[in-house]
Design a protein around this ligand. Structure first.
Ligand code: SAM
Ligand code: SF4
Length: 352
């Protein structure tokens, strides 16, 4: 299936078997970690106003892990029982040769990896959808907050809606299952959400709504952006018949089925519906910094371990440390006007 993809990235398969499969990743609250979100770049071709400022400072490229290092890290996590990897960013598809990493990881599918997926803004998806499908990717999350071209241009500070829609269509044509993710934003897409959901469902895509999180300085007042999803859900319930679904994808979404559209709708609601007790995830940035919690400052440096004289032992120790410090829950607050961001780092570092 993956024969068309060059194996260059997987230069030393199974180089790092961190601790062996016998030692699964279990944190201090007995949560088993099986899901890695791996950011491959902090760069992006959009500037979503809730994610980053227009004049975003990106990391020097030399600080970012090479594709080989990313593969070695992923291998280390797989050896400790991670069976699902989501590639994210920044925008993962702006990284040159990123398809080689998908190809290399895709070779593990059906062996020690169950699922390889990505989150993308969709601008480059038309170019890469077929290669992703060839690499074994079956599902992609595409972020789409509005179907209105002007609003899109204002929100992302780039006039790229046509490319994104083309990308979504290409993904569907390549046989990828698309889930649309929309951040619910007060006074921005608030009154369009039902239309966005109806469109997505008519196209055969699941749709998930996300509450904005106070990560990084973004020039705007966070509280002005924040739209609680419990109120959105109540509004949608006045229009449609919503039935709780036990569907799960391994992420933090809870789902409802919408009778009138025949589609599935997810809610990622860190503020109005805390999901931390079921957390099965770890996040690694493109510089190899492991953040055990999206909403916490705790951090472990995997790059230093990876580049040390004893990468195997040091990575094992670093992963154990991450499990030890993974907090029970996030401490985001969305009730203080003018407050500094809960965390200085932007969502584009850890990839959502
Ligand atoms: N660039 C890709 C994309 O947009 O899909 C992947 C990275 S992006 C950081 C991942 C997800 O995080 C996107 O769905 C985006 O809408 C969401 N996101 C970014 N900043 C956020 C914030 N402050 N609060 C909530 N979601 C955010
Ligand atoms: Fe880029 Fe994704 Fe952040 Fe938008 S949300 S600026 S597309 S990283």
């Amino acid at each position: 299936m993956n024969d068309a993809v060059p194996p260059s990235v997987a230069r030393k398969p199974d180089l790092i078997l961190v601790g062996g499969a016998a030692r699964p990743l279990v944190d201090a609250f007995q949560r088993r970690i099986t899901y890695l979100r791996l950011s491959v770049t902090d760069r992006c071709d959009l500037r979503c106003s809730y994610c980053m400022p227009e004049r975003m400072t990106f990391l020097p490229k030399k600080e970012v892990l090479s594709l080989e290092e990313l593969y070695d890290l992923a291998t280390g996590f797989i050896a400790r029982g991670v069976n699902k990897i989501r590639i994210t960013g920044g925008e993962p598809l702006v990284r040159r040769d990123i398809i080689d990493l998908f190809g290399a990881l895709g070779r593990r599918l059906g062996h020690d990896l169950e699922e390889l997926t990505l989150t993308t803004n969709g601008t480059q998806l038309a170019t890469h959808a077929e290669a992703l499908a060839r690499a074994g990717v079956r599902r992609v999350n595409v972020s789409l907050d509005t179907l209105d071209r002007e609003r899109f241009a204002e929100l992302t500070r780039r006039d790229s809606l046509p490319q994104v829609l083309e990308g979504i269509a290409a993904a569907k044509a390549a046989g990828l299952k698309v889930k649309l993710n929309a951040v619910a934003l007060k006074g921005v897409n608030e009154h369009e959400l039902a239309d966005l959901i109806a469109w997505g469902h008519a196209e055969g895509h699941d749709v998930t709504l996300i509450e904005v999180m106070p990560l990084g300085d973004v020039e705007e007042e966070r509280l002005d952006q924040y739209l609680p999803l419990d109120s959105v859900r109540a509004q949608l319930a006045a229009r449609w018949t919503l039935t709780d679904s036990d569907h799960r994808t391994g992420g933090p979404s809870t789902y409802v089925d919408v009778a009138e559209t025949g589609g599935r709708l997810g809610f990622i609601a860190p503020h109005t519906g805390n999901f931390c007790s079921g957390c099965n995830r770890l996040r690694v940035t493109a510089t190899g910094q492991l953040y055990p919690c999206l909403g916490g400052g705790e951090r472990v440096d995997l790059r230093a371990a990876l580049r040390s004289d004893a990468p195997e032992a040091n990575l094992a120790a670093a992963l154990d440390e991450a499990l030890r410090i993974k907090p029970e829950k996030h401490h985001f607050r969305m009730d203080q006007r003018g407050a500094a961001p809960a965390l200085a780092r932007h969502m584009s570092m850890t990839g959502g």
